[in-house]
Write a new protein. Structure first.
Length: 242
């Protein structure tokens, strides 16, 4: 298995949920981390925990839908860490609404957060990843495979994210870069708790996937020997509470 010790990883959406779990899982593998999220307080809490095992932890409390924030991350990696081995996309936006009434402005917001942002961030960091034969992880959604009612706008962006990852994989495999898409079902995160509240359902996090479940799957894929690549992983809760 491939060792991740002293590798450098960028994790977006690292302040909570799946992004937080992946960041702490990578820290346990002694990966140097660049953590990105909007919530500065929550991000610093994750960073403090990660520093107990990671050799280096940096934070960017920024809104990644701004191009300046993405350029800042690239400049920081170039000047301070001199390279990148792993890029994990966990940041994104979500909304519920039927097609007849959901606004096109909301679709624009979701597109910027869920498609344009990971596209530009990947594009900006890809030269570094190619030099180190790195790995890219897109944490997608089960809605990126099969859309249900009232999430058409969100699901459209997740289908676009899948297309981006699939196309990118064919472009960069020859450079030794691996691209993984992960499609979790309902996971016990703050976002999911809010979704259950909107749906009027009782939230039972113990019956859902846990963020650590997804993190373990991602890290197991990252340490796979370089002779193989996992391209797509679907996960769902064993017990169905919805």
């Amino acid at each position: 298995m491939r060792s991740l010790e002293n590798h450098v990883a960028v994790v977006t959406g690292a302040s909570q949920g799946i992004g937080r779990a992946i960041a702490l899982g990578l820290a346990a593998k002694q990966v140097a981390l660049v953590l990105v999220a909007r919530n500065s307080t929550a991000l610093q809490e994750v960073a403090e925990r990660a520093r107990s095992s990671s050799p280096c932890v940096g934070c960017h409390a920024v809104d990644l839908t701004t191009d300046e924030a993405i350029m800042g991350i690239r400049e920081s990696l170039s000047s301070q860490l001199n390279g990148l081995d792993v890029l994990v996309h966990c940041a994104g936006a979500f909304s519920i609404g039927d097609l007849q009434t959901a606004s096109v402005e909301e679709l624009d917001r979701l597109y910027r957060a869920n498609v344009r942002m990971p596209y530009l961030l990947t594009q900006s960091l890809l030269p570094m990843l190619k030099r180190r034969k790195g790995q890219i992880v897109f944490v997608n959604s089960s809605q990126g495979l099969q859309a249900r009612a009232q999430v058409g706008q969100y699901a459209a962006t997740q289908h676009a994210l899948k297309a981006m990852a699939d196309s990118l994989r064919d472009e960069v495999n020859t450079d030794g870069v691996r691209v993984l898409s992960v499609y979790p079902g309902r996971t016990a995160t703050p976002r999911m708790e809010a979704i259950f509240r909107i749906e009027g359902r009782e939230y039972k996090p113990e019956l859902l996937l846990q963020p650590e479940d997804v993190a373990e799957v991602v890290i197991n894929a990252l340490v796979l020997p370089a002779t193989a690549e996992i391209t797509n992983i679907s996960l769902r809760p064993l017990a169905k509470s919805y």
